[in-house]
Design a protein around this ligand. Sequence first.
Ligand SMILES: [Zn+2]
Length: 105
Amino acid sequence: MEEHYLRVYQTFDLEHVNKHLLIVGDLAADCSACKALGLNYREVAQCPECGTVFKFITSRRLGTAPGERYPIVKRIKNARPDLQLVDYDDFQKSMSKKKARDFFG
Ligand SMILES: [Zn+2]
């Protein structure tokens, strides 16, 4: 049976996501909490630098390559069924808004 991905909308505590998020880049991943680089997204459970346990995962390429979105989703979901996949643009936009709000009170 062919699988189809549909995006769902759910509320999150942004700080919580930010502290436990693994961000997949082109080759390796990095830790959103401490910005540690060069992590292997397929197997890292915990950041070797700051010790945070990863609960969420995203990929920078989800936002930049619409045609490649679903192969990337599939690859990440297959590699890390233990982590919740969130959309990179949604996360970034919400974080920017939050930072602006925190800054300007
Ligand atoms: Zn870290």
